[in-house]
Design a protein around this ligand. Structure first.
Ligand code: ADP
Ligand code: MG
Length: 259
């Protein structure tokens, strides 16, 4: 893997000002993400994880610091970023194919080639038969896959995923995190994902970033290396790697969940 930086976060701080006062959400965050890396962010509730993703997506302005995407300040390159939320936000009155095309419509890029790419993604990720179905006819896991395809359709090089699986039941969640991890690797995407689930973080990540409680500061950055010869970094099979438990215990301690 070549180590060119896709994302560079430099000394980022964020304070929200509201009528009730100030909330210091993030404090002096610096982080780099290299091309092809999947970085997973964990941290206590309210420590600023979604705030960080919103800043990177250029939805809100930081109070201090800077974010560079492909060596440029945000504004110009934001089309290169795809954002996937906790809720799938599918439109119930649109078919699966129509839902998958929304990103392209918003960017005014619905070309023949774009449509074919969406059809191709739906086919290879097991939704070919459901192109003309409506979201209500799909399982939670399939809906989440549609949300990912919608995000991939605009060919962003960098993906932000904010607790994308937390609305799913445990079984579905295991299966879909496995699938989506594989899709991200197959499509060679660079991604920053937030999760509450330590196992999910270890199994999907090249690097786990642990944030402290609010104001979120970087407490640790843990490169993940699993000995798992024939698992091909399948998130589900990664859990069988001998190092898994040590990573789990380290992150569990750092999250300090009892406090
Ligand atoms: P997390 O995603 O880690 O749970 P958030 O980034 O959503 O945390 O929130 C961090 C802190 O900032 C919380 O205390 C939250 O209440 C506050 N916060 C988030 N968004 C806003 C906002 N738009 N205005 C004021 N405070 C906010
Ligand atoms: Mg959040």
């Amino acid at each position: 893997m070549n180590n060119d930086k896709v994302l560079e976060i430099k000394n980022l701080s964020m304070t929200y000002h509201t009528l009730d006062g100030e909330t210091h959400a993030l404090d002096d965050i610096s982080l780099n993400i290299n091309r092809g890396e999947i970085v997973v962010l964990v941290g206590p509730s309210g420590c600023g994880k979604s705030t960080l993703l919103s800043i990177i997506a250029d939805l809100i302005e930081p109070s201090k610091g800077e974010v560079l995407l492909n060596n440029e300040k945000l504004k110009k390159s934001t089309k290169d970023v795809g954002y996937m939320f906790q809720k799938d936000n599918l439109f119930e009155w649109r078919t699966i194919k129509q839902n998958s095309l929304i990103g392209l419509e918003i960017q005014d890029k619905v070309t023949k080639e774009g449509k074919e790419f969406v059809e191709h993604l739906l086919d290879i990720y097991g939704l070919g038969e459901f192109k003309d179905s409506y979201p209500s006819q799909l399982s939670g896991g399939m809906r989440q896959r549609v949300a990912l395809i919608r995000t991939l359709a605009t060919r962003p090089n960098f993906l932000l995923l904010d607790e994308p699986f937390s609305a799913l039941d445990y079984q579905t969640r295991l299966a879909i995190s496995d699938e989506i991890g594989q899709i991200l690797r197959k499509e060679k995407k660079t991604a920053l994902m937030v999760t509450h689930d330590i196992s999910e973080a270890i199994s999907m990540a090249d690097k786990v970033v642990v944030l402290s409680k609010r104001p979120g500061r970087i407490k640790d950055i843990i490169p993940i290396q699993l000995t798992c010869p024939d698992c091909d970094r399948s998130p589900m099979k990664s859990r069988e790697a001998p190092e898994f438990k040590d990573y789990f215990n380290r992150i569990w301690k750092e999250l300090d969940v009892h406090v």
